[in-house]
Ligand binder design. Structure first.
Ligand code: HEC
Length: 145
């Protein structure tokens, strides 16, 4: 129990610290993000729309492209709903949200689903290999039995 509480304390302190690292403007961007975008977007993993890590990856060379998109979104991804326009949020707030997105995703690498697919295929191949060769392996390495 003591260990659990220590870990909890550590997590809380770390969480507060994570927020301190944001500039006041980025913090405001976070608030706006929570109001207007967080129903459909989260840091990592798809919610309704793509993750912030994916968004930061798509727009890394065109940060303001996020604002243009949010004012007039298209329908890029076949497997999601179209995103509703965010005109009511206003350009200034969208800029703050954009800065927040890049601050919070800094250093996080976007893993394409292709990389994940390759990893899963390799894992399955390894399991199949083990299944068929385990008898031979056991003969060679009796300690495994
Ligand atoms: C009702 C749900 C919803 C809300 C709210 C929402 N989005 Fe989205 N967003 C989506 C979906 C769904 C997509 C994927 C659309 C597609 O690719 O066809 C998306 C995609 C995006 C993309 C990726 C565009 C690209 O070129 O790949 C950006 C950037 C984005 N949203 C920004 C925002 C911002 C900023 C806000 C808040 C102001 C916001 N979204 C609020 C649902 C939402």
């Amino acid at each position: 129990m003591k260990k659990f509480i220590t870990v909890l304390h550590f997590l809380i302190i770390f969480n507060i610290y994570a927020d301190i690292e944001l500039t006041p403007e980025e913090l405001e961007g976070k608030k706006k993000f929570m109001t207007h975008c967080s129903d459909c977007h989260k840091l990592e993993g798809v919610l309704v729309g793509p993750s912030l890590v994916e968004i930061a990856h798509v727009y890394k060379d065109d940060k303001r492209g996020i604002i243009t998109w949010a004012m007039r979104p298209g329908n890029k991804r076949a497997d999601t709903l179209p995103m509703p326009p965010m005109l009511h949020v206003g350009k200034e707030n969208l800029l703050k949200i954009t800065n927040y997105i890049f601050a919070v995703t800094e250093g996080k690498e976007y893993k394409t689903s292709k990389k994940n697919e390759m990893f899963c295929t390799a894992l399955v191949a390894l399991m199949v290999f083990y299944y068929f060769y385990r008898k031979k392996l056991k003969k060679r390495m009796p300690k495994l039995q």
